[in-house]
Design a protein around this ligand. Structure first.
Ligand code: PRP
Length: 213
């Protein structure tokens, strides 16, 4: 069983897209598509074992070796700095990390800025580079509500289409970084299963290049 590649995929649309990429480069596992509530699937023929994990947990499975490889958003890599290898940019799940607040507002310059976010480290690093004093208000979701209720001055959050900001009278002031999905590998697995992992990573990169044309 040790010659299997164990792959952690993020549950949801992104994971499904990544699975169909893997399927088209020879790592299919038909059982994955039968709509069951099962979470672990394997295909002895292609020597792959997949499992669906919560997107923010994928890096934990890979870092600790429960998965050999996985697909993680760059936001998670920047926020938690898991000890994994980043093999390639899949070019999916594109969005950006931005500072946003109420439309037309002026960001206070004479006092500590209150920043609501799920991404405390990203926010902290961004403002430290500018030597700005901030207070982090850590939230777990619906971050956009914070400035509307004056819980914070601004938010640091993911902007994809911009619809959530627009529909709540907010705007993005600055982009902190661009985000997309990355293929990552466990460091020990990368050594011991290097051939299998490199083959999969190379086929993935080729597929992405081909489909960009
Ligand atoms: C994310 C993010 C924004 C929204 C941005 O939230 O935190 O709220 O998507 O997308 P948009 O620019 O296309 O509107 P998510 O749906 O993950 O839920 P959350 O509120 O739990 O963070």
């Amino acid at each position: 069983m040790n010659d299997y590649i164990n792959i952690a995929l993020p549950k949801g649309r992104l994971g499904e897209k990544v699975y169909s990429l893997f399927e088209s480069i020879g790592y299919g596992c038909p059982e994955m598509l039968d709509g069951s509530r099962k979470l672990i699937f394997e295909n002895a023929e292609n020597k792959v074992r997949y499992f669906w994990a919560k997107p923010s947990d994928v890096a934990i499975y890979v870092e600790r070796g429960a998965a050999d490889i996985g697909v993680v958003g760059k936001d998670i890599l920047l926020e938690y700095s898991p000890d994994v290898y980043e093999l390639c940019d899949l070019g999916f799940g594109k969005c950006r990390m931005a500072v946003a607040g109420k439309k037309g507002m002026r960001i206070p310059t004479d006092r500590t800025i209150r920043v609501a976010t799920k991404f405390s480290n990203i926010a902290w690093n961004f403002y430290s580079e500018q030597s700005r004093d901030i207070e982090i208000i850590k939230l777990n979701g619906s971050i956009e509500i914070a400035p509307l209720l004056d819980l914070s001055d601004v938010i640091v959050d993911i902007v994809e289409t911009g619809a959530t900001l627009r529909e709540n009278g907010l705007e993005a002031f600055e982009t902190i970084c661009d985000i997309s999905a990355r293929l990552v590998a466990n460091k020990a697995a990368y050594k011991f299963k290097s051939e299998a992992i490199n083959r999969l990573a190379a086929r993935t990169s080729e597929y992405i290049l081909e489909n960009k044309k």
